[in-house]
Design a protein around this ligand. Structure first.
Ligand SMILES: [Zn+2]
Length: 302
C-alpha cells in the first residue's frame, strides 16, 4: 500500500533529477595531490570512478604553485587525499581551509613553514621548518607503509560509497597482491643489504633504502626547496673522492648547476631517478612502473 502511494513520488524524483544528475553523480569527486598516491587510489576505485590528479607533469610538490584551474579542482572535490605539509608544503593553507569536505591526510600531523619563497639564499630556516628533518614523509617509497595507507583510505571510501563496498574490497585485495609481488621483486633485485655508490639529489628515498637495507653515499641537496650551501657541496665533494662515488641520481623536478659541475669534475654517471613518475600516464599502473623503474635505476649503479 505504502509502496503504491510512494510510486508516483519516486518516479517524479527520478524524472526531476535526470537532466541535471548523470548516472555517476552518486560517486563523490575524489582529488589526489601527487601521482604515486593517485595511482593507488585509482586502483582502489577501479570500475567505480576516476580520481582527479592535482600536481601533474614535472612540478615538484615541495614548490608547487597553485593556478586558478587547480583551485577549481580543489573546490570541486568532495574527498581530498594528500600526504601533508611535509610533502605538499605550498598546499598547507588552502587544504586547511577545506572544512566542508573530507580531507584524508596520509602523513604525520606536522606544520611546516611555507618558506620556499626565500629559497634563493644560502641561509636555512630553523630546523623545525623543514620536512626532511622530520620523519621522512615520502611514504610511497615504502610499499608496506603506503599499503597501510590504502587500507585506511579504502575504509573511508567505503563509508562514502556504500553502494561500492564490495568492489572496493576486491580492489584492495588486488592492490595488496600486486604490492606483495612488487616487494618480492625489489628484494630479489638487490639480494641483501648493500651500499650503492651513488649520490641522491634530494632526500626522497630514505624509506625505500631502509626497507630494502640499502645505503647511498650522500644527498646533494638535503633541503628540497633551497639550493645546497657551499659548505655542504664541499662535504659532498669530499665524499665523492673518499668513497669513489660512481653515480649521481638526478630528478626531473629539480634543475641544478651543481649537478653539472659535479658530473664534469668527477665523471659521475648520471642516472635519472624520478620519485613522482612525471613521465608516466596517471593510471593505476603508474605506481608500480615508477617503483620498478626506480629499482632498475638504483641497481644499475655499480
Ligand atoms: Zn621530497
Amino acid at each position: 500500500m505504502l509502496r503504491n502511494l510512494l510510486r508516483p513520488f519516486i518516479l517524479f524524483v527520478v524524472f526531476w533529477l535526470a537532466p541535471t544528475a548523470p548516472a555517476h553523480s552518486a560517486v563523490p569527486e575524489v582529488l589526489v595531490t601527487i601521482k604515486p598516491i593517485h595511482s593507488l587510489v585509482s586502483g582502489l576505485l577501479q570500475d567505480i570512478a576516476e580520481p582527479g590528479l592535482l600536481i601533474e607533469g614535472y612540478q615538484s610538490p615541495h614548490t608547487f604553485q597553485l593556478r586558478p584551474g587547480d583551485l577549481d579542482k580543489i573546490h570541486r572535490a568532495e574527498i581530498l587525499i594528500w600526504i601533508g605539509p611535509g610533502i605538499e608544503t605550498p598546499l598547507q593553507r588552502i587544504i586547511g581551509q577545506q572544512t566542508d569536505k573530507t580531507v584524508i591526510r596520509l602523513g604525520d600531523d606536522i606544520q611546516v613553514a611555507d618558506d620556499h619563497h626565500q629559497a634563493d639564499s644560502d641561509h636555512h630556516q630553523a630546523d623545525s621548518d623543514h620536512h626532511h628533518l622530520h620523519e621522512d614523509q615520502h611514504r610511497w617509497m615504502d610499499p608496506y607503509l603506503v599499503l597501510e595507507d590504502m587500507q585506511r583510505v579504502s575504509r573511508i571510501l567505503s563509508r562514502h560509497l556504500p553502494a561500492h563496498v564490495s568492489t572496493i574490497e576486491r580492489n584492495l585485495a588486488r592492490l595488496t597482491e600486486r604490492m606483495q609481488r612488487l616487494d618480492q621483486d625489489i628484494r630479489a633485485r638487490f639480494a641483501g643489504p648493500q651500499t650503492i655508490p651513488a649520490l641522491l639529489y634530494h632526500d626522497a628515498w630514505g624509506r625505500f633504502l631502509e626497507r630494502y637495507e640499502l645505503e647511498m653515499h650522500g644527498i646533494v641537496n638535503p633541503h628540497a626547496h633551497a639550493q645546497p650551501g657551499a659548505r655542504h657541496l664541499h662535504d659532498i665533494e669530499e665524499i665523492i673522492k673518499r668513497r669513489q662515488t660512481r653515480c649521481l641520481m638526478v630528478e626531473p623536478q629539480f634543475r641544478s648547476s651543481q649537478v653539472e659541475t659535479l658530473q664534469a669534475r668527477y665523471e659521475l654517471q648520471i642516472i635519472k631517478l624520478d620519485p613522482l613518475g612525471a613521465d608516466l600516464p596517471a593510471t593505476a599502473d603508474a605506481y608500480f612502473t615508477l617503483m620498478r623503474n626506480m629499482t632498475e635505476a638504483l641497481a644499475g649503479c655499480r
